[in-house]
Design a protein around this ligand. Structure first.
Ligand code: 1PR
Length: 589
């Protein structure tokens, strides 16, 4: 939601798109992408859904994408459902639309600025007042209200009485609100039919506040610290705070009901159970090129991904696109790709990785995170690429979030030394443009045992299990370049610093536990998840379903990530979720 002004974004976007030294296939405007794509994988499910929609009339939807961010996922979902997209170019296109989707991205103020400058504000007001079919998503819902406190107050379209305000993090709720909640249905909404107690995916720091003046609009609410408006409906006008395009099958069916009204049944919406934020289960794919030059999913033991054989070949656990699609079907709440050799290979030169991302995102309708190699880079021809360009290319290729490893360590070290936020680090730049909810910092710490807590200047903890020489204390040293180099900064110090620099989430690995299957490092995860107010993803060491319930009951982790047990098919994702439910921990099923 937090973003840079539209004008500066567009000047950046234009520069980046016209940059001649990037290969044409690596610079694909989402609007051109479908023609450029070479790999076409069509799932059987896709065929069924397309067949039904192709026979219906009105298979074109108009999209108001004002260019301020990443709507690639929504385009993918609309195409997956068999619909074509017409982009709004002028206010007249809004007035002539048969069905309009407005996916708000970026910040409230800059979005309103664009609408006012282009005259689209008036067109939208007229379209909505005439009760024409409309679906606003996230900021596209918020802009309908009177005003927002985001960098404001800033006036909105004023169609719905009420205010958009920031979540209050002082009562222990992590902001941004990232993850899956079930809705409290307030009234018949047509598009939410039979959503019931199934979860949908939210990612936002601001929310529309319910009041007596807007009750008639509210079709569902949700609770995160306090009640907020999750969806509105009046006549043909709908708005949702959550992201249907990232809410799995439930989200696709919500979108389909809007796109294809005849598909609506007559079922009354069912009331969902009270829902807190569900704990997320994430499948992670470490990806790299093997010695034959194929991009494979690999998995290390304490970050060593080579087989224990004479040839020492890179461990190959499958194909990235297939596995990502499989984990989506198996119920993963998110899928992460980590390009683990990105620190030495330039990701924009790594076209197979970008292609993997493009194709995975066509069939995965839960959030997709991509990391590896996000940093400033100068190529052999002397051409400079900013980390923002690298991240933008990941976003254009289908990422919903990007993850920064090594570069975040350098930025945090610098920030702690100077106490100055320069605004120039990759972390700051990317979160300014795409919002902090789109920026994950991946930490690769190594446990260093100590005899006494005063032995280092970094935060130390008393460990639950003593070290090999009976040490009772440890600190967690951050590393860069895939664990190859230790740095003079602790995981605790890094986590706090990157939170201040604009990270929206922390992916907390642990080199000691990686691939060991003996459980997460609870000491570490507790330390970090208690220290920051952004969500923390626990990673490394999952070997059994009990390890997931342990990390959620003993720490404040918002999500748990695993790799090896899923790749080796030792523990299915649904068994993890079944176990968590049995233990009374809310999950999306
Ligand atoms: O530094 O910005 O280029 O990012 C590189 C990214 O690649 C970082 O996120 C870093 O964590 C990751 N990475 C680099 N080298 C390795 C390696 O394994 N040799 N993978 C690596 C990190 C850790 C997790 C793993 C969990 C769960 N892998 O991603 O999936 O530990 O595994 P498990 O469930 O099997 O225990 P940059």
């Amino acid at each position: 939601m937090e973003g840079m002004p539209y004008a500066s974004f567009m000047s950046f976007a234009t520069k980046s798109l016209s940059c001649s030294s990037l290969s044409p296939s690596s610079i694909i405007n989402p609007r051109q992408k479908s023609q450029k794509s070479t790999l076409k994988s069509v799932s059987p499910r896709k065929l069924v859904i397309r067949a039904s929609s192709a026979s219906s009339s009105g298979s074109v939807v108009t999209l108001l994408d004002y260019g301020a961010g990443n709507v690639r996922s929504l385009r993918n979902a609309i195409h997956y459902l068999g619909f074509e997209i017409e982009d709004v170019q002028t206010p007249k296109d809004i007035l002539n639309a048969e069905r309009l989707i407005f996916p708000g991205v970026g910040a409230f103020a800059s979005a309103m600025d664009v609408l006012l400058k282009t005259g689209m504000d008036e067109a939208l007001r007229t379209y909505i007042k005439n009760d024409r079919p409309f679906l606003g998503i996230c900021l596209g819902l918020q802009l309908l209200f009177e005003y927002s406190e985001e960098n404001g107050p800033v006036n909105g379209l004023g169609l719905i009485p009420g205010v958009v305000g920031r979540f209050n993090s002082s009562n222990g709720f992590r902001v941004p609100h990232i993850g899956w909640n079930a809705l409290q249905i307030a009234k018949d909404s047509e598009i939410l039919e039979d959503v019931g107690d199934q979860h949908v995916y939210f990612v936002h720091s601001y929310r529309a506040i319910p009041s007596d003046n807007n009750t008639e609009w509210i079709s569902s609410t949700c609770n995160y610290g306090d009640d907020f408006i999750a969806s509105i409906r009046r006549g043909n006008v709908h708005g949702v705070q959550f992201h249907p395009e990232k809410s799995g099958d439930v989200g696709l069916s919500i979108l389909r009901r809007f796109l294809q009204p005849n598909s609506r049944g007559t079922k009354k919406p069912t009331q969902g159970k009270a829902s807190k934020l569900a704990k997320r289960v994430i499948a992670c794919l470490d990806v790299r090129t093997n010695d034959k030059g194929d991009l494979v999913v690999t998995k290390g033991d304490q970050y060593d991904v080579r087989e224990n054989t004479k040839e020492k070949e890179v461990r190959n656990l499958g194909k990235p696109v297939e596995l990502a699609g499989q984990y989506y079907k198996d119920g993963a709440d998110e899928v992460s790709f980590l390009n683990i050799t990105g620190f030495r290979d330039f990701p924009l030169g790594d076209l197979p990785m970008l292609q993997v991302l493009r194709h995975a995102s066509e069939n995965v309708f839960v959030p997709l995170t991509v990391g590896g190699g996000i940093r400033d880079f100068t190529d052999a021809n002397g051409r400079y690429y900013s980390s923002l360009e690298v991240a933008s290319e990941y976003f254009r290729s289908g990422a919903d979030k990007i993850s920064i490893g090594s570069d975040a360590v350098y930025a945090a070290e610098e920030y702690l030394k100077t106490k100055v936020k320069t605004g120039k680090s990759s972390l700051e730049q990317i979160s300014r443009v795409y919002g902090n909810q789109a920026v994950v910092v991946s930490i690769d710490p190594r446990r260093v045992y100590l005899k006494s807590p005063g032995d280092v200047e970094f935060k130390t903890i008393r460990v639950t299990k003593p070290g090999p020489n009976g040490e009772e204390y440890a600190w967690y040293q951050c590393t860069v370049n895939g664990g190859r180099e230790g740095r003079p900064i602790g995981a605790y110090e890094l986590a706090k610093a990157v939170g201040e620099l604009g990270a929206g989430e922390i992916l907390l690995n642990c080199i000691d536990c990686d691939g060991q299957g003996k459980g997460f490092d609870i000491d570490l995860i507790k330390l970090i998840s208690d220290a920051v107010s952004i969500p923390v993803i626990a990673s490394s060491g999952a070997g059994a379903v009990e390890h997931f319930s342990e990390v959620f009951t003993k720490s404040n982790a918002s999500a748990a990530l695993a790799a090896g047990i899923f790749h080796r098919k030792e523990v299915p994702i649904q068994s993890v979720k079944g176990h968590l439910l049995k233990e009374g921990i809310e999950v999306r099923i």
